[in-house]
Structures are given as structure tokens and as C-alpha cells.
Design a protein. Sequence first.
Lengths: 276, 214
Amino acid sequence: MSLEIERETSFRVSSDVPFLASLWIIGGVYIILILSLLIADASYSTPSHFLKALQSEEIRYAIKLSLVSCTMAAILSLWVAIPIGYLMSRYDFRGKIFFDAILDIPIVLPPLVIGLSLLILFQTPIGRAIESKVTITYGIPAVILAQFMVACAFAVRAMRVSFDQLDPRQEQVALTLGCNRNQAFWLVVLPEVRHGILTAATLAWSRSLGEFGPILIFAGATRMRTEVLPTTVFLELSIGNVEAAVAVSLLMVFAAMIVLVIVRIYGLKGAIKFNQ
Amino acid sequence: MIDVENLSIRLGDFVLDSIDFHVPNGNYGVLMGRTGSGKTSIMESICGLLNTSGGTIKIMGRNVTNLKPASRGIGFVPQDGALFSTMTVRNHLGFALSIRNWERQRIEKRVVELAETLKILHLLDRIPYRLSGGEQQRVSLGRALSYYPNVLCLDEPFSALDDETREDMYKLLKLIVDQMGITVFHITHSYHEARRLADKIFRLENGKILEWDS
């Protein structure tokens, strides 16, 4: 006796259009919102406002200090984020969850609290001992330290993800080939995560560029001394010079866009090469 | 020669106990077994990449159980080759030699010699992502053999290759192994591969190693 099987003759799957359309609509609305902000800023500003802003000695100083301090903060962040990211990715140890939570504190704390905490830290005996050798509070080192405190936490996250994604086999092969852990790290692991390093540096740099709260509290907002671009926006707004504040804001947007686009193009090329 | 005596491995809930086997000097040993049976863990223990919880591992009569991977004299070829994406083929073949501070000319001579044997001389200045699967495994094999290791460990090295390339690799591997007289420990799922290459076939079943065929 044979079983009678009812063969499927027509089965129609519903259209993918509603699903894809909803993705595009949600994504599109957010992109439009961001672009609207930029367009609104741009419509508020004219080329003469830009020229006037760029001719201002204070603003030129703020641009220079922003570029230098963000670069310093990004370099310091990498210097700390690479070893911590590697440690967190490759080793299990007692208290790792607690250690991991501490690393996230600068991300979840309000920026003003970070500035206030830094200020208090440098009023303690240890902080005062450091201050007696190097002036930090209300100086350029305070700007860099305030930017570093927040930027580094993001760089650590980025580096950890990069190390997590790297197959440990390459490192293990290097160990069998004669490397000690230090050699395997410098000769094999670091070159393999070069795109992650670039991403972490970009993230740290862009976070530093936008940092304002901790700088205001810990470094102050002194013109021609601790004034970075977000401080300029605040100072210009406080004296009612909205046009200059908007022009400086747009300058920051352009600077951040240039860095992000360059990194994405470079990162994409690297990713394509790697996956081929 | 590889001697594994009473080896124990514990990885969370996964336990392997009383693992014993012996691959004589210059012999080609193949280990087979189901997926997840612990074959790779045994190989990693031999290579020094996984801590053991008991037993001894001897390479050429020397107890290497507590030695670092670099001090065991083992060439390791993993499943996917694990090539270094930033290095050229030349750099791969010379990597272990530059770590050992060989002179540049001596490294170059050894690299060319290996590349000729492995038929990858024309690929020396290429980087891995431009190589086929078979070419990548030749580079991985050359990198592992470059410093004249005592033992070669191969972890399913040909599983991702097509039949024709795999046949070529069997011939090449057999030729090199016969030339160098090296002891080999090879993991595979393929009985055909084991029969083509092995002097001894071991099977890992229910946590025990059985000598299946010689």
C-alpha cells in the first residue's frame, strides 16, 4: 500500500517590499533629521561669517589647540586601549566582570561629573604632588586629560572588539614558530588588527573633538589658553554672537566628516582586500 | 617520534582521560574521530597550545609536557592555514628563521629551497589573500617546515580543498615527508586521506585512542 502525498502545486511567498520599505523609512527619517540639522546650521551662516570666524585670532588658536589636543588624546587612548583590549579579549581572570564594568564608567557618567571628579582628584595630596611638578588643572594638560578620560573608554571598546574578531590561530601558529608572547603580539597580532587600531583612533579623536563638559570644569574656558572649538561655540553664544558660534560648529562638522570619510574609505579598502 | 602517555585534558565539562599513543620516528600517524571527539584538543596539547591536566608528552624522547610551544620543535599547520594577512609568502617562509636570528643570505637560500620544493617560487612576493586554497596550504606547510622541526602536526589541512588539489597535496606531502624523514601527526575525517598517507591510523572513540590500522 503506498501513501498518497499531496504535492504542492502553488505556494506564493509574500512580498519583501514592506520589510525593506520599513527599514528604508526608519533609516531615512534619521538621516533626514541629521541632514536637516546641518542644513539649518548652514542656512544660518554665510561665507562671510566663516571668513570672519577664521580671521579671529582666538578662533584660530582654538582650532590649533583642538587639533593638537585631540591628536594627543587619541594617541594616549590607543596606548592604553591596545593593551587593555588585548587583555580583556584573550585572558580570563578573577574579577574580570568588575574590571569590565569599571572600564565603562567614563561612557555612562555625565561628562560634567568626569570633569568635576578630575578637579577633585587634583585637589587630593597625590594630585597636589603632581601639580607641584607639572601644572595640569586649568592648563592645556587638563584639556588633553579631560578628552582622554572619555575617548579612551570608547577606544578600549573598539580594540576589544577587534581582538575578539581576530582568530587566535595566527597567534598560536606564531608561538609554535618560535615567538614568545611579546613577539607574537608585535609581529602578528598588531598588524592583523591594524584596521581596528585605525577605527579606535578615529573614534577617540572624534570623541575628543566634541568633548566640552569635562573641559569646561577641569580646564576652564579661558581664551587663548584652554579654548577648544566646543568652548568657542559656548563663549560666542554666551556673548550673543550666534553667527560665529554656528560657523565654528560647522567647522567642527567638516573636520569630523573629513576624518570619518577618510577612515571609512581606508577601512573599507582594507576590509575588501582582507575578505578577497 | 611522539609518545603520549596517560594524557588528561579538561575543558569545562569536556574531559579526555588516559590518552596513550605512540608514533615511531619518521612515521606518519593519522588520528581520526567524530567531530567534537577531542582530536584537535589532543593536537593542541602536543603543540603546547592547550594546558593538560595530567600525563606526559614526549617528542623525540624529550619530555615537552611543560615546555612552551616555541621550545617543542613542532611545525603546526592548522585547518585554515592561518596565514598572516600582512606578510608576503617570502616573509611567511622566512618568519621562523628570522625569529631564530638566521643571517639574511641563509634565510633567502632556505626560502628559495622551500619554495622550489612546494612549487610556489612564482608566488614569493604575493600576500595571502591573492592565493588559492591549495597555494595557501602550501605556504602554511612551508612556514611550518622552514626551521627543520622534529615533528609536523597537521590539523585537517586539506578539508577545504577540491579533490584534484587534495590529490596534488597528498603527493607533495608524501614526497616532502619521505625526503625529510620527519615524524608526522595528522588529523583528518577522510578515511581515503588516512589510507593514502598513514603508516599508522588511530581512532579516537568514546575518549579512548584505538590503533586502528598499520
